[in-house]
Design a protein around this ligand. Structure first.
Ligand code: AMP
Ligand code: ZN
Length: 496
């Protein structure tokens, strides 16, 4: 069966287009991963989650997807920080690579195939040698290599910059540089005294950041592949340079489709340490926020629109996730009459279709979420009126679970994840652990069986009219972060 068509904005064509894979039904995609010199912040995860939603939706739509992400474990900051701390590059980056993997799992980011820059240094040197041979790169006296942008007339086609007035031979050798800098950029940098370097056939030194992604993506996916993703800040120079290097060497189109997530703001401003509005994922969990609320918030605004992160928004996200989980709980734990009700069956089908249609339209997450909340409201009304039958409950659940295969917030596993971050924070001696986190992470102390036992004891005490005991048991549960609710369908509990 052919996979479903998906429309996406392509930065290269500046249009919304059908994603049209090179091989039918197969998508080869690459996302620029983290530079592992610090813990990931929520801006990073805004982009990684946007790509995660795309990946999950492609899979759900019937594509066979090969999704590769790199770990940038060589760059200017990493090498100088490692030298400053007197450790090897490997020692310096291992901690942050591990943290990135843990944080991705905390946010239910489906794992891509990961590749590390340090495992591909020799291939980078070969790639550069190939560019020199074709006249696209040159060596300077100190042993560095630069890309000659004057040789690549398409330079600027992704970022839509006009570099007509550029000076041939002007060079820039830092990984990140100004947005209007039309200069020959470094492919390879001669060793800096005191910093790590690698011995290769083109001489000793280290790769520039841009060459890393060209080499790893082409190694893993071939010279031409379907989609390349990252945050919008990477359009220039990083992705423009990747195109120049790759197309110069291969003579073929590099990535056909370019997917860029808009930059996240925090409380209306660019996130920065100096403004005090800079948050890693872990900072937010330490304040007592659940990973599922954070994930939901980061998906609420479609990836090309500006998401403004606020704490009010985060609290609202928590309550949305709560509503969805309660709805699912109601569907799985209530008794329904046999049979089906055509109106509800239709509601389930139409809602699932609306979700799919929204996501196929340039990944319109807001609209998809709106559709599922419409379904929730109408279903709750029908549930209150006793109009939902056994088969309808299953259809509604199927629609909900299909939605959650993309959004991934329904599984009630915040507590163990928060506990892991609490333990990490204690080991690190962090001073900013909130009482909320202690409380939410602490509910692990009671296993499911123990909770059920206490509930049974509570019920028995109530029947025996021993209200003092039943109140004590309820208080024990509440103190352990367990919410007990009396509903029409009986007593039920969940973790806060
Ligand atoms: P880095 O670790 O800095 O190389 O960034 C990893 C990814 O996060 C890249 O795709 C960046 O474009 C993206 N990114 C960084 N800051 C933000 C932000 N504030 N909003 C959205 N994406 C971001
Ligand atoms: Zn990259």
């Amino acid at each position: 069966m052919p996979a479903m068509p998906i429309r996406l904005y392509n930065t290269l064509s500046a249009k919304i287009e059908d994603l049209n894979p090179i091989d039918a039904n197969r998508i080869r995609m690459y996302a620029c991963g983290p530079t592992v010199y610090d813990y990931g912040h929520i801006g990073n995860f805004r982009t990684f989650i946007a790509v995660d939603l795309l990946y999950r939706f492609l899979l759900q739509s019937g594509y066979d997807v090969r999704y590769v992400m790199n770990i940038t474990d060589v760059d200017d900051r990493i090498l100088s920080n490692a030298a400053r701390d007197g450790v090897t590059v490997q020692q310096y980056t291992a901690k942050y690579t591990q943290a990135f993997l843990e944080d991705s799992a905390t946010l239910n980011v489906a794992p891509p195939a990961l590749v590390r820059a340090t495992d591909h240094i020799q291939e980078m040197a070969e790639f550069i040698a190939g560019l020199v041979q074709k006249g696209f790169a040159y060596r300077t006296d100190d042993g560095s290599y630069y890309f000659r942008i004057a040789k690549f007339p398409d330079y600027g086609k992704l970022s839509k910059k006009d570099f007509a007035g550029m000076t041939d031979g002007a060079r820039v050798d830092v990984d990140e540089y100004e947005k209007d800098s039309a200069r020959d950029f470094a492919l390879w940098k001669a060793p800096k005294p005191g910093e790590a370097s690698w011995d290769t056939p083109i001489g000793p030194g280290r790769p520039g950041w841009h060459i890393e992604c060209s080499v790893m993506s082409m190694e893993e996916l071939g010279p031409s592949f379907d989609l390349h993703a990252g945050g919008e800040d990477l359009i220039f120079p990083h992705h423009e340079n990747e195109i120049a290097q790759s197309e110069s060497l291969s003579g073929q189109q590099f990535a056909r489709h370019w997917f860029h997530a808009r930059f996240l703001l925090v409380e209306g401003q660019k996130m920065s340490k100096s403004l005090g509005n800079f948050y890693t994922l872990r900072d937010l969990v330490l304040k007592g926020h659940k990973p599922s609320s954070i994930r939901w918030l980061l998906t609420q605004v479609p990836y090309r629109n500006q998401l403004n992160f606020t704490f009010d928004g985060l609290n609202a996200a928590a309550s949305s996730v709560e509503k969805l989980r309660n709805f699912r709980f109601r569907l799985t734990s209530s008794q329904f009459p046999a049979g089906s009700n055509a109106a509800i069956a239709q509601l389930a089908t139409e809602s699932a279709e609306r979700v799919t249609a929204a996501l196929s339209d340039d990944l319109n997450t807001a609209e998809a979420q709106g559709a599922i909340f419409d379904m929730l409201r109408k279903s709750n009304t029908a549930l209150d009126a006793g109009e939902v039958h056994q088969e309808d409950a299953l259809s509604l659940l199927a629609a909900l679970d299909r939605f959650d295969a993309i959004f991934a917030v329904l599984k009630d596993d915040d507590q163990p994840k928060m506990k892991a971050i609490l333990d990490w924070a204690k080991a690190e001696g962090r001073a900013d652990i909130s009482p909320q986190l202690e409380e939410l992470a602490g509910s692990a102390q009671l296993a499911d069986d123990q909770i059920n036992q206490k509930l049974a004891d509570m019920e028995a005490a109530r029947k025996a009219r021993n209200f003092k005991l039943s109140d004590t048991l309820r208080a024990e549960l509440t103190n352990a972060g367990i919410i007990v609710e009396n509903t029409k369908e009986g007593v039920r509990w969940r973790r806060k």
